[in-house]
Design a protein around this ligand. Structure first.
Ligand code: CAO
Length: 546
């Protein structure tokens, strides 16, 4: 006879009402004993709840975003002939496996400037074996960087660092057994989490960039089973993932440092690993990447077959200071790296004569002064981009395998420089908005971006991006396409230049344009036409009426 087993959140130590950040199972799935069911994560802790029995999932009572505390029923399993208690009254034998919380180790001051990372309250567990150690002496780690994984017969706990600093001592190794209070490592650097320049940035921009990252298929580099990718820029310790996701990645031969995270606080989810593998397979099937061992893998086609990154002791040549990259830089860097490597970029340069538009903008701004509105050149460019996307629909598209997805909406992103790094807020439905409204919305979004308060949905759904360095300087540059978009417009500072009008040189205000485009989707002739049209619209907006 089949029996229903309720899997409950076990004793999770000093944590209550913890958000669910991942659910690994759905109704109908067959799970084995110890398979991870879900991950809970508080501000400082991560806990994976494994299955206490083998069986078929009949109910999943929580979803991502719900909160759960000790005793909450999360999953109901049906197990035939398993020595398990009925749902109503689980016996100890069938009681859910108590997963150990991945709690930030207590950062205790040791000697001056030294911080001891100790095992926190981990619930009803003692003497738990260390199965992974992610740090070594000399590593510079940020708050939340994983330090070690502990795993008992029935539980797995990832211990992240609660402080930032340089690892001076690692006091445990794989196979050691630890309990609450055991010192795992000693850091030198900063006394408390969040109080230093190397502390993790605020959650908002991180979430925003992750959301932007999540729009793009993760496929920047290779797995162990495929030709070697370019250069590993992060260590496994820097990658935030629950033990179950790490295990899943290991089973598939995926290098977790290459996976782009879309979860909260930069956490890599199971879906991210799956998307990574799908992306790699898509590249292999399209010939963009060669499987290891194939003729092309060794020859540098597909697999880039590059030299190892130079390892230099810079301190030999002068004083240096090492600072971890901000999370935004790490996330946007991984995306930019993938896009640069995977997309065949071409950049066309052109100039737009904005003499009349600038005169109009200045005169309108005088009129608008009292209303508090201000027209920016970038707002006009967003409108020009909409007009150009309407005229050249293949620029308002994304690749999906062998299909081109043509978008009927016009959401335009703009790159914004913030203290934590680059973010791309999106003006939704720019075709339906006037220039004054767009300028106001851009100002609001740019402010939120600088304050780190952008919400993920304010950075999603972009069709085309404009990256303007016009307020800073420069003549031309090569913007990197913000995948899965297929083109991006880079703009530099306008300058008065002598322009031949057929009879004489006239002083005209010229705006340098740099359009990067994906040569898999767009041809050079189309790109030149797009650029010429975009420039023409800026020169005289009446063209959009034609
Ligand atoms: N040519 C000449 N002057 C320009 C110009 C251009 N193309 N674009 C803007 N300016 C002027 C503006 O008119 C403004 O002058 P006033 O104050 O006299 O009006 C001044 O430069 C400052 O402009 P701004 O840069 O603050 O405002 P913006 O609307 O042009 O741009 C924003 C807003 C958010 C896009 C910008 O602040 C920003 O972050 N730019 C950087 C984007 C970036 O990093 N791109 C690179 C991505 S790849 O790493």
């Amino acid at each position: 006879m089949s029996q229903l087993i309720e899997v409950k959140v076990p004793d999770i130590g000093d944590f209550k009402d913890v958000p669910v950040i991942e659910v690994f199972v759905k109704v109908g799935d067959t799970v084995k004993l110890d398979d991870p069911l879900l991950t809970l994560e508080s501000d400082k802790a991560t806990m994976e709840v494994p299955s206490s029995a083998a069986g078929v999932v009949k109910e999943v009572r929580v979803k991502v975003g719900d909160r759960a505390g000790e005793g909450a029923v999360v999953v109901v399993l049906e197990a035939a002939g398993v020595a398990a208690a009925p749902a109503a009254a689980p016996t100890p034998a069938a009681a859910p496996v108590a997963a150990v919380p991945a709690a930030a180790p207590v950062a205790a001051p040791a000697a001056a400037g030294k911080i001891e990372l100790t095992v926190p309250d981990i619930g009803d567990f003692k003497d738990v074996p260390v199965i992974e150690v992610f740090i070594k002496v000399g590593d510079v780690i940020a708050v939340d960087a994983p330090v070690a994984t502990l795993e008992s017969d029935k539980a797995t706990m990832e211990v992240p660092s609660s402080a930032a600093g340089v690892v001076k001592q690692v006091l445990v190794k794989v196979g050691d057994r630890v309990a609450v209070g055991a010192v795992l490592a000693v850091l030198e650097g900063v006394a408390a989490a969040g109080a230093t320049p190397v502390a993790a940035p605020t959650a908002a921009p991180v979430a925003a960039v992750q959301a932007a990252a999540a729009q793009t298929p993760a496929a920047s580099a290779s797995t162990g089973a495929l030709a070697a990718g370019p250069v590993a820029t992060a260590s496994a310790a820097m990658s935030h993932a629950s033990p179950g996701v790490r295990r899943f990645a290991r089973e598939l031969g995926v290098d977790i440092t290459k996976v782009v995270a879309s979860g909260p606080k930069g956490r890599i989810l199971q879906d991210d690993v799956q998307n990574f593998v799908k992306g790699i397979l898509a590249q292999v099937s399209s010939g963009a990447l060669a499987p290891a061992g194939s003729a092309s893998a060794g020859g540098g086609v597909g697999g880039l077959n590059l030299l190892a990154w130079p390892k230099v002791d810079f301190a030999k040549f002068g004083a240096v200071e090492s600072q971890p990259l901000s999370r935004i830089k790490k996330i946007s860097g991984a995306n930019l790296h993938r896009n640069w490597v995977v997309i065949p970029h071409v950049t066309n340069h052109d100039d737009a004569d904005i003499t009349d538009l600038e005169a109009f903008r200045v005169s309108m701004n005088k009129e608008l002064e009292k209303s508090g509105s201000k027209l920016t050149m970038l707002a006009f460019m967003i409108k020009a981009a909409v007009a150009a996307l309407q005229k050249f629909p293949e620029f308002n598209a994304s690749l999906d395998g062998d299909n081109l997805v043509l978008k009927k909406y016009f959401h335009i992103g703009f790159a914004a420089d913030t203290p934590n790094g680059l973010v791309v807020p999106v003006i939704k439905d720019a075709d339906k908005k006037g220039v004054i409204e767009i300028a106001k919305e851009m100002g609001d979004l740019a402010k939120l971006a600088r304050e780190g308060k952008l919400k993920p949905d304010q950075m999603q759904g972009g069709c085309f991006t404009i990256s303007s360095l016009g307020g800073i300087g420069g003549v031309y540059f090569t913007p990197i396409i913000n995948a899965p978009e297929v083109a991006i417009m880079g703009v530099c500072k306008s300058q008065i230049r002598p322009v031949w009008d057929g009879k004489q040189f006239a002083p005209r205000l010229m705006l340098p344009l740099s359009l990067s485009w994906d040569h898999r989707v767009i041809d050079g002739a189309s790109a030149a036409r797009f650029n010429a049209y975009f420039a023409g619209v800026l020169q005289d907006f009446r063209r959009v009426l034609l």
